[in-house]
Write a protein that binds this ligand. Structure first.
Ligand code: NAP
Length: 525
C-alpha cells in the first residue's frame, strides 16, 4: 500500500490533484520513497486556456517595471523558504549543500538579476528594436521594428538536473516579457519545482494563471500547444529529436528552443608547463566540473585537452585531487560529492562508461573506493573516473557519447590546429574553456571556438580569483550552443526577452511612430 503523499499540480491558479496512485519519487541515497506525482485526468486544454487568457492578459496589462516588481516579490517568497528547498534537494536530488546552492541560490540570483534589468525598462508596454528606417526619399513614411509579448503561453519541459534554476532561468525572462509560464519538470526531481511554484502561487504575488506546474507524464502536452505559444525544452538529444518532429512545431510553428546534451571541452595552452598557474587552474577546473553535482551538469567538462608533453603530469595532478573527494550520503559532514538523481541514472553512467572504455583507459578510477555512510547496493552514488587516450584523433565514441556523471576524458594534442579540430568534433557544444597566461592565445582560441560554442570561458592567472567558473551559467551571458547542443539560446541579459516577444515592422508616418514610441522603450543590451 502506498503511503507517501501525492503532490498537487498547480494549474488555472489553484492546486489540482491528479488521479491514480501516481509515480513515486525517491531518495537516491537511501532508496526510500518520498512523494508521488500524477497529472492523470487533468484537463490540459482548459489549463492552457486559463494560462493564456487570464494569466497572459493580466501580465500584459502591466509595464516591464511592474513585472520586474513581480520578479522581486517571487525572489522574496523563495528566499524566505530556502531551508525547505535545501531539505527537498538533499532528500530528492541527493546533493551536498554546495551543489544544492548552485540550483537553488542560482535560481534566486537569476530572478534578482532580471528584476533589476526589467526595472530599467520602465513603464513601457513594448520594445523598440533598432532605429527607424526611411522607406523612400521622403522621411515622413518610415519603418520601425517593434517587439511585443506573444499572446500565448511558455511551456517549459525541463531536465531533472536543475529543478530550481532550470525553472527560474526561463521563467524570469518569460514573466518579465508578460508571458505566462507552464513548467513540466523532469519527473525524478519534480518535487522542488512543484514546491517552489506552489509557494509562489499561494503567496499570491502573481496574477492567477501566470505560473503553473504539471508533474508527471509529458503525454499530450505538445498537442495542447497553439501557434502563439512558445516551447522551451531542456533534456537529451533523443527526446529533442522527438519534439522537433511533433506537429506543434512542424505544422503549427510553435517557436521552440532546445537545450540538449553537449561534449564540452577544456583546453590547456600549448606553452603551459606542469605546475604553472595555467596548468593548476586547468587541473582545478577539470576536477571541479567532474564533481559538482556529481557531473550532472549539461555544461560539465567531458573532454580535457592538453599538449602531449603534459599528458602524464595532468593525469597525475587531476587523479591526486579526485582521490581526495569523499563520496556518499550528503547528510554526512565528511562527504564532498553526493549521489546521482536515481538508480536508473547510475546504471546509465555505468553503461556510458563501458562505451567510453572501448576507446580509453582509466587514468584515475575511484570505483574501488568505499562510499561514506551509504549502501553501494542502494545508493545512486557514482565514483569519479578520469579516462584517457593517447590517440584522440582516432577516437569516435569519446567525441560523441555524453556520460552524465563524474566522468571526463583527458586527451593529448600535437598542435593548436589539431586541438581546435578535436574540440569541434563535439559537433557544437555549450561551452569550451581555455587556460592560458597568454592573451594572444586566448583571443585566437576564442575566435576559433566561438562559432561552435555558445560560450568560451577563458581563465588566465590575472582572473584566477575573479572568474565565474567553466560550468556556471551566469544570466548576463548567453547559454545554449549550436548543433548537437540543440541550437538554442537562453539568458544573455535582456537578449532573453526576444524569445518571448514577436517582432513586427510598423510602417507608418513619423507622427504615428512618435505616438507609438510614447508607450515603448528601446531594447539595448
Ligand atoms: P530527457 O530524458 O530527455 O527528459 C527531459 C524532459 O523531457 C523531462 O521532463 C521528460 O519527462 C520529458 N520528456 C521525455 N520524453 C518526452 C517526450 N516524448 N515528449 C516531451 N517530453 C518528454 O532528459 P533528462 O534525462 O531529464 O536530462 C538529462 C539530459 O539533459 C542530459 O543529456 C543533459 O546534457 C541535458 N541537459 C541539457 C541542458 C542544457 O541547457 N543544454 C541542461 C540540463 C540538462 P520525464 O522526466 O517525465 O521523462
Amino acid at each position: 500500500m502506498t503511503t507517501t503523499p501525492l503532490l498537487p499540480n498547480i494549474v488555472a491558479g489553484k492546486a489540482q490533484m491528479g488521479q491514480g496512485p501516481g509515480t513515486p519519487l525517491f531518495d537516491p541515497v537511501l532508496g526510500t520513497e518520498l512523494v508521488r506525482v500524477s497529472r492523470e485526468g487533468l484537463d490540459l486544454a482548459s489549463a492552457f486556456a486559463f494560462a493564456r487568457e487570464q494569466g497572459g492578459a493580466a501580465l500584459r496589462a502591466l509595464s516591464y517595471r511592474e513585472r520586474a516588481g513581480l520578479l522581486g516579490a517571487i525572489g522574496q517568497v523563495l528566499q524566505a523558504k530556502r531551508d525547505d528547498y535545501y531539505a527537498i534537494a538533499t532528500a530528492n536530488s541527493g546533493t551536498v549543500t554546495r551543489d544544492s546552492a548552485v540550483d537553488i541560490d542560482g535560481g534566486i540570483f537569476t530572478i534578482g538579476q532580471y528584476a533589476k534589468w526589467g526595472d530599467k525598462l520602465g513603464d513601457a508596454r513594448a520594445l523598440l528594436d533598432g532605429e527607424r528606417i526611411r522607406l523612400g526619399k521622403d522621411p515622413a513614411f518610415q519603418s520601425q521594428h517593434v517587439l511585443t509579448p506573444t499572446r500565448g503561453l511558455a511551456l517549459f519541459i525541463n531536465a531533472f538536473n536543475f529543478p530550481s534554476w532550470g525553472l527560474w532561468e526561463k521563467a524570469a525572462p518569460a514573466l518579465l516579457s508578460g508571458v505566462p509560464v507552464v513548467v513540466k519538470p523532469g519527473t525524478p526531481t519534480a518535487w522542488l519545482t512543484q514546491r517552489m511554484v506552489q509557494d509562489v502561487v499561494e503567496a499570491g504575488v502573481l496574477p492567477a494563471g501566470a505560473l503553473s506546474v504539471i508533474c508527471g507524464s509529458s503525454a499530450g502536452l505538445l498537442d495542447a500547444l497553439q501557434p502563439f505559444d512558445v516551447l522551451s525544452f531542456t533534456g537529451s538529444a533523443g527526446t529533442a529529436a522527438q519534439i522537433r518532429g511533433h506537429a506543434a512545431i512542424a505544422e503549427r510553428s510553435v517557436r521552440c528552443n532546445i537545450e540538449a546534451d553537449s561534449l564540452n571541452s577544456a583546453l590547456l595552452d600549448p606553452n603551459a608547463a606542469a605546475g604553472d598557474e595555467a596548468f593548476n587552474l586547468f587541473v582545478n577546473e577539470v576536477v571541479r566540473e567532474m564533481t559538482v553535482k556529481s557531473g550532472q551538469k549539461c555544461t560539465a567538462i567531458r573532454r580535457a585537452f592538453v599538449p602531449r608533453a603534459l599528458y602524464d603530469a595532468a593525469a597525475q595532478a587531476i587523479g591526486a585531487k579526485l582521490a581526495k573527494i569523499s563520496v556518499g550520503n550528503p547528510r554526512h559532514e565528511a562527504v564532498r560529492m553526493g549521489a546521482l538523481v536515481s538508480r536508473a541514472q547510475f546504471d546509465g553512467v555505468q553503461e556510458g562508461l563501458a562505451q567510453l572504455l572501448a576507446e580509453a583507459t582509466p587514468l584515475y578510477d575511484g570505483r574501488a573506493q568505499a562510499l561514506v555512510d551509504a549502501d553501494p547496493a542502494v545508493a545512486a552514488c557514482a565514483m569519479p573516473v578520469l579516462l584517457g587516450t593517447s590517440d584522440p584523433v582516432k577516437a569516435r565514441v569519446l567525441h560523441d557519447v555524453e556520460v552524465f556523471g563524474p566522468v571526463s576524458t583527458l586527451m593529448p594534442y600535437d598542435s593548436d590546429a589539431q586541438a581546435f579540430e578535436l574540440i569541434r568534433r563535439g559537433q557544437g557544444s555549450l561551452v569550451a574553456s581555455v587556460y592560458s597566461a597568454d592573451p594572444a592565445f586566448v583571443a585566437r582560441a576564442a575566435l576559433e571556438l566561438a562559432d561552435s560554442h555558445g560560450r568560451v570561458h577563458a581563465i588566465s592567472p590575472d582572473v584566477a580569483s575573479l572568474h565565474t567558473g567553466h560550468g556556471n551559467v551566469m544570466p548576463h551571458s548567453l547559454h545554449g550552443g549550436p548543433g548537437r547542443a540543440g541550437g538554442g539560446e537562453e539568458l544573455g541579459g535582456l537578449r532573453a526577452l526576444g524569445f518571448y516577444h514577436r517582432r513586427s515592422a510598423v510602417q507608418a508616418s513619423t507622427a504615428a511612430l512618435d505616438a507609438l514610441a510614447a508607450s515603448a522603450t528601446a531594447l539595448t543590451y
